[in-house]
Write a protein that binds this ligand. Structure first.
Ligand SMILES: [Zn+2]
Length: 90
């Protein structure tokens, strides 16, 4: 369970740096995936609440036994542990 997660959307990043986003100079960012972070900035100005809503269907696909309520509670507990959302930053 040591797999790195995108610190914005929580997506598993695997064990290569293929999925990581890039800084302005083209180097890989080590915290965020390419969907969230490109060329040194976040691709979307999304709120944590919105990110949670977007993520619920993915979680429920992964864990079909979860009800939407439970999935939302899991996400609400999970997202504040990610770097992007830790400080209540939007
Ligand atoms: Zn991401």
């Amino acid at each position: 369970m040591n797999e790195n997660l995108c610190q914005s959307c929580g997506k598993p990043m695997g064990h290569t740096d293929d999925l990581y986003g890039t800084e302005k100079n083209g180097t890989k960012n080590k915290d965020y995936c390419e969907d969230c972070y490109k060329s040194g900035e976040f691709t979307t100005k999304i709120s944590k609440e919105r990110m949670i809503e977007v993520s619920i269907p993915y979680l429920m696909k992964e864990k079909p036994w979860l009800s939407e309520d439970v999935a939302r509670k899991e996400m609400e507990a999970f997202f504040p542990t990610l770097k992007r959302w830790k400080n209540g930053m939007v």
